[in-house]
Design a protein. Sequence first.
Length: 692
Amino acid sequence: MSDQTTATHPAAAVRVVHAACPHDCPDTCAIRVTLEGERVVRLQGDPDHPTTHGALCTKVSRYVERVTHPERVLQPLRRVGAKGEGRFEPVSWDEALSDIAGRLKAIAARDPEAILPYSYAGTMGLVQGESMASRFWHRLGASRLDRTICAAAGGEGLLQTYGAKMGMHLEHFAESRLILIWGSNSIASNLHFWTYAQAAKRNGAKLIAIDPRRSETAEKCHQHIALMPGTDGALALGLMHELIVNDWLDHDYLAKHVEGWPELRERALQWPPERAAETCGLAADEVRGLARDYGTTAPAAIRLNYGMQRVRGGGNAVRLIALLPCLTGAWKHRAGGLLLSASGWFKRVRNDAVLERPDLLAGRQPRTINMSTIGDDLLNPGSAAFGPKVEAVIVYNSNPVAVAPDSAKVVAGFQREDLFTVVLEHFLTDTADNADYVLPATTQLEHWDVHTSYGHTYLLINEPALAPAGEARSNAEIFRQLAAKMGFDEPCFADDDLTLARQALVPSVDFERLRRDGWLKLDLPEAPFAEGGFATPSGRARATVPGLPLPDFVPNHESARSTPELAARFPLAMISPPARNFLNSTFVNVKSLRAIEGEPLLEMHAGDAAARGLADGSMVKVFNDRGEHHCLLKVSPRARPGVVHGLGVWWRKLGRNGTNVNQLTHQGLTDLGGGPSFYDCLVEVAALPVAA
């Protein structure tokens, strides 16, 4: 059991508060916070919550270190130095909000679409995410943000195939006989799924990891399929070929519950194992063996995760993989099928229109800007096609200077002297260093929230355990007070955070029971698609979708196949999976976790290192036409030939040359959903000269 203890006060009353992990992770853990007076004496996973079962990851078990961190921003700050220097002076809340409102009013008088919100999943909460913030943006008429940076391609692929982002129940993986862990380092990023996979393994199940990197998870599986980045769709087609020619198919399920099977069958027959293997950088027998395992084992389950969809063809790959359990009828078993995201199940309890109030747009249709192209968008001078130049950005729940692709352009955009930037934050991140104002936000232990999940089917509540530190205010409170300064007098801007938490859910949800227990399980079928019933118009899974081509393998933006001249100069494919003890750019400044990680690393295969005369532990530059990143080389069996791993996402200012791996990634988008292609990136690596 994970817990964290601070000093106790023996005379204080002991109480326990229900909380929830707010971070961008499928586990969405239920937490119990034990306090003596106003001191946290224990922070632990809720042992009664079936999927958390009392355990927290290493990162979140140290969450109190974030709350009490000595570098936490605890009062409003105004820039006094150049952008990027991180030099500020304290100001009062009234002074900060009055100035911010005045500047936003002046821009909005010219064109409110010149104002852009930028946020993502720094918290996954419905209240501190897009509740009062959305009301504010809708009332203002600001540009909309297409929040694509993590899961857009995979989400759209699942939506087009199943009609919604739905899948298996997490707990049922314990009963599976075969589990394909596809594009996921579950030990690092989906710990509670891993406990169910381990239970299945103890009961005789076979675990197979499909991942370019020999991750901690792949090491503990029975088999590792180390395909080249971006070739997952080709592997899925190769598996389909073998399922067809060996008749490992459920013909009844296909006939009743799948649209477009004849067309998909013809496409799959064009992908014999030899072709799939050549595309994926595998042996043909690996494709045959994987197909045999999948086609002859029941129940078989796929835990698909978002790493594999961060390439140009990610959406098509997800469509193809999502159809595999339909070919074999795996959905007939509650321990068979697939899980990528469960978030669609929560639509039946979410009350988004009431919470976010899109009616405040009053018929306006502001432009939409894709957050994954923020580098180009901030440097766009404005045009008829693009609309007005972005004059102001309000950032909350995100750190775009560190996490957005092609970060040299992102930095240049945020350092525009004519760009007005406000950042709601806990710390002076890379993005906050470029702000005109930094506003201190509360942490998860200091505010109300409600949480759904994309990895399980439980609704959770988060109650404040502590009073806000210093002058920190919740996101919702900041936008509530900014609305007042802007003169927005609609009654909805007076709703407090507890009211917002209640409004986030439909009236049929027993909110008092949620508060009492900390979590509620959704009422769902155990085998949701055993008899079809997908969320598509016909109720059938779709291989063919109106307006879309038949799913197919789509090569990367950058690869020997699609850009041979570029690959001749930059022959290594780079992926940038998260460092085990960070979550995106969160926790990078928690010293105990950063001490475990050491410093930014590049993992490389021994053969690739030898060919370049590089030694383990040497300093190297990783480079392409977009820039260079300096880091420590780790010659590692985790890397396959031709692929390097730039572990992220470090804050740029903690990097050797003030960069991180996103100095090298590009702004090319995915085939579906307009997502980023972080793992679709060619580089070269060379030694750095030894400092004198």
